[in-house]
Design a protein around this ligand. Structure first.
Ligand SMILES: [Zn+2]
Length: 408
């Protein structure tokens, strides 16, 4: 090799090292964005994870929850988070509603991959995509119990596709005080239904519900339980039943959402709904302790969507949270980050999952997702800016964490 060539090669190597160094620095810079852990962590013991319990507080608005925390009104959540953390979760893809919310939380995918965009635009989640199915496949059906115990009937359901004669459907609609349209093929109606015509007869066709495929592979899928008390006691019975097995439980409380729609986000009833979720979550944790399972069980609490400030709706309510005793959780995140967090804790190799998950585990920097999108150009421009500033300690990063906490 000529000395000129060797010099050039040397320069290239130095450049490569500098670029990768700057990239790393950007990464560190992004990582250190402030997180809003507002709970002081007490003595934390890392658990050997055998089980995970995911508790849903449907429709719990982050700010409302934080106000309650400051008044001491969510003691069980605070006790849990004092062992791990409370982080902000934002919704960035999909509607801020129940179908889109739990589907994203339980699959780790954006709506384009699941086909579940909102309460009215949905289909069965493609077979194999949910946390439940991933775990059943990974451990083998005999080696894990997957359970969903759900307060709601609509939206977190597993009904097969259905075709109802139009007249029959119209009667039910009218009874519920809804306006019945004149039948016309192709016309969309409530709950994702569509009017179809066959041999001159009108029907209303509904797609299969989101968990139509998933529930076939689960040990228990129970929905429509209604009140928190029913959900909580059923969950506790099943924890007893499966205490000797490895398990993943999804326990869904619907109270805040129901009363939020009835009385509004700033109502006493809404606060009481969240208090009830907190109480029942406390009872579930107490049961885990009583059964001697708490030391090998991680608990995560989250919500599918928040609530419109002061209103009875959640049309634009992207601000939720994760509270957990998992001490590894160290950043704010996205609604799609919860599935990868759970799967990673169970030991799955996320890089092998197809299609690739849209989220990143909450113990890994969110920039991983940015780089996965092919942002070497962003890293390079970061480096250029850094060098031109002659201050590698404060690079003006070309991209930022999309999970900044800027909720109203
Ligand atoms: Zn709702």
């Amino acid at each position: 090799m000529s000395s000129g060539r060797a010099k050039l090669l040397g320069l290239l190597i130095i450049a490569a090292v500098v670029v990768s160094g700057a990239g790393l620095y950007c990464a560190i810079y992004v990582r250190t964005e402030p997180k809003t852990i507002i709970i002081t962590r007490t003595g934390t013991v890392e658990k050997t994870v055998r089980n995970i319990v995911l508790v849903g507080w449907d429709g719990t608005q982050r700010n409302h929850l934080k106000e309650m925390i400051s008044r001491g009104e969510a003691p069980n959540l605070v006790a849990l988070a004092s062992e791990g953390g409370l982080v902000d979760i934002d919704v960035t893809t999909g509607a801020t509603d129940t179908k889109a919310g739990w589907t994203q939380i339980l699959t780790g995918y954006s709506p384009e991959k699941t086909g579940v965009f909102s309460n009215s635009r949905y289909q069965p989640i493609p077979e194999g995509y949910t946390v439940f199915e991933r775990l059943e496949t990974f451990f083998g059906p005999e080696n894990i119990v997957t359970v969903a115990i759900i307060g709601k009937k609509g939206h977190v359901d597993n009904d097969p596709p259905a075709k109802i004669p139009f007249d029959q459907w119209a009667k039910t609609e009218a009874r519920q005080g809804r306006k019945v349209p004149t039948p016309k093929a192709g016309l969309k109606v409530n709950d994702g239904g569509q009017i179809v015509q066959e041999n001159g007869v009108f029907y209303v066709a509904f797609p299969g519900k989101p968990y139509f495929n998933a529930s076939k592979h689960m040990d228990l899928f129970l929905n429509g339980l209604g009140e928190n008390e029913k959900v909580g006691t059923t969950a506790i019975q099943n924890l007893e039943k499966y205490k000797d097995k490895r398990f993943f439980f999804f326990i869904h409380f619907a109270q805040p959402d129901h009363v939020g729609h009835a009385y509004g986000e700033n109502s006493r009833q809404y606060t009481d709904g969240i208090k009830s979720d907190d109480e029942w979550t406390g009872k579930i944790v107490a049961k885990l302790k009583e059964l001697g399972l708490y030391d090998k069980t991680l608990v995560y609490i989250t919500a599918d969507h928040g609530f419109d400030e002061g209103k009875t709706t959640h049309s634009n309510a992207p601000y939720v949270f994760v509270a957990t005793d998992d001490p590894k959780i160290n950043r704010n995140g996205d609604r799609a980050d919860i599935t990868p967090t759970i799967l990673k804790r169970f030991g799955l190799d996320l890089s092998k999952i197809e299609p690739p998950l849209d989220g990143t585990p909450l113990d890994e920097p969110a920039y991983v997702r940015v780089t996965r999108l092919g942002s070497s150009a962003a890293i390079f421009s970061c480096w250029v800016v850094s060098v031109s500033m002659h201050d590698l300690k404060k690079p003006a990063c070309a991209y930022t964490n999309s999970h900044s906490s800027n909720s109203p």
